[in-house]
Design a protein around this ligand. Structure first.
Ligand code: GDD
Ligand code: MN
Length: 378
């Protein structure tokens, strides 16, 4: 059964690569050194997406030196797609008992591999090399944007996808038992890029896996560059909301109410314009009208069962304040993305800004406006 400390025999470290010619040879060498301290049958599987820089050539040279190196060549369809291909291969073709996820760019230290392995041997099913537990770290020199990006990703993963208990749910350094992995239907994950990390972890948690976080230091790469793109961020956010949509009835209702608000907003706006009301007056009236209908629907439908001591007018006031906060959040996101990705169309920044705004909106309303009053036992 899952979680039992079974004697592990075959371990396959999956290293996805795209243009890692200057890293892959060295990391293979350093991993071999670490393998001497591990009493398991250790293998490396490089999943290279036909890197134009000739990464695969370097791997082939290493295959001539070491007997435990495997190479899987594919087309570039994203980090998640590469991991899925690698995991399926490791299970079906290499009969792995354990697989590792690990970056090929030295962001994850080879010296940490034995510690992750030990945690798995200690009974966990899913071990995470975590930057955000005590003892773990991100590079000191990371700028504000990089920190916020990483933090934002973790907040979305934890609070949108519902992985509250995990500190580092986007980490790409992991050890996973294949008894667990075999129960995952990879097709259902619907992800191609970096969103894979959260999607897989969420699946593991819902399957009842024992998750353990081991602190690691994340090191900045010195060779090559990161492959994370805006499309990865968008897929990441959509995937997290997708997971929530599937797991929360309250949230589905909240989302339906939100959509109805859009219709109310535009409907009243059109009506007022037809009545020859000035558009600069019609706009705020319509916005406020939709906030009020949203509030009433949430109060009498979405959160109907919540017991609150507040009068409905107080709750209405709180709901309005939350709407203002959402506006600030979505505008700040817009500004942030415009600075990080100046070449992307502004409409995309505006669209992505909805995600954190909705997060704040939902959580503040759920935990503040419509907060459940504790029941008093006499
Ligand atoms: N085969 C393949 N295909 N490999 C890829 C692809 C791809 O489309 N995209 C990235 N890789 C490889 C890189 O060559 C590298 O070995 C590893 O995957 C990580 O890619 P980086 O581009 O260096 O990722 P990062 O540093 O931005 O992100 C790291 O931190 C994230 C969390 O903040 C990684 O550890 C991610 O897995 C992690 O989610
Ligand atoms: Mn990296």
């Amino acid at each position: 059964m899952m979680g039992d400390p079974i004697a592990v025999s075959k371990v396959v470290l999956i290293l996805p690569t795209y243009n890692e010619r200057n890293n892959i040879g060295n990391i293979i060498d350093e991993l071999q050194v670490q393998f001497r301290n591990i009493s398991h049958d250790m293998h490396i599987l490089v999943v290279d997406d036909s890197s134009p820089d000739g990464t695969a050539e370097v791997v082939r040279k290493q295959q001539a030196i070491y007997a435990n190196i495997h190479l899987l060549i594919g087309q570039k369809t994203g980090l998640g797609a590469a991991y899925i291909r690698g995991m399926v291969y490791a299970m079906d073709k290499l009969a792995a008992d354990v697989v590792f996820e690990m970056d090929a760019d030295f962001s994850h230290k080879p010296e940490d591999v034995p510690r992750l392995m030990a945690a798995l041997d200690g009974g966990a099913d899913f071990v995470i090399g975590s930057r955000y537990v005590k003892g773990g770290s991100i590079p000191k020199k990371w700028g504000l944007l990089r920190r916020m990006n990483s933090l934002g990703g973790n907040i979305v993963g934890r609070y949108v996808a519902g992985l509250y208990k995990v500190r580092d749910c986007t980490a790409g350094f992991r050890a996973i038992r294949t008894t667990l992995l075999k129960q995952v239907a990879f097709d259902d994950l619907r992800v191609q890029g970096y969103a894979f990390q959260v999607a897989l972890l969420h699946k593991a948690v819902s399957l009842g896996a024992i998750v353990k976080e081991v602190p690691v230091d994340f090191i900045d790469r010195t060779e090559g560059e990161s492959k994370l793109g805006l499309s990865d961020i968008i897929e990441f956010i959509l995937n997290a909301w997708w997971i929530r949509l599937h797991s929360s009835k309250t949230f589905i209702k909240f989302a339906i109410v939100g959509l109805s608000g859009v219709i109310v907003n535009l409907g009243i706006f059109t009506l007022l314009l037809q009545m020859n009301v000035n558009k600069y007056l019609a706009s705020p009236i319509s916005i406020e009208a939709s906030i009020i209908t949203n509030f009433l629907l949430n109060n009498y439908w979405t959160f109907r069962w919540r017991k609150s001591h507040d009068h409905v007018s107080i709750k209405g006031l709180k709901f309005n304040m939350v709407s203002v906060i959402s506006l600030v959040v979505s505008y700040s996101t817009f500004i942030l993305l415009s600075v990080i990705f100046p070449d992307t169309p502004p409409a995309i920044h505006q669209l992505v800004g909805i995600a954190p705004a909705m997060l704040i909106n939902y959580f503040l309303n759920s935990y503040w406006t419509f907060k459940n009053a504790p029941e008093f036992k006499s």
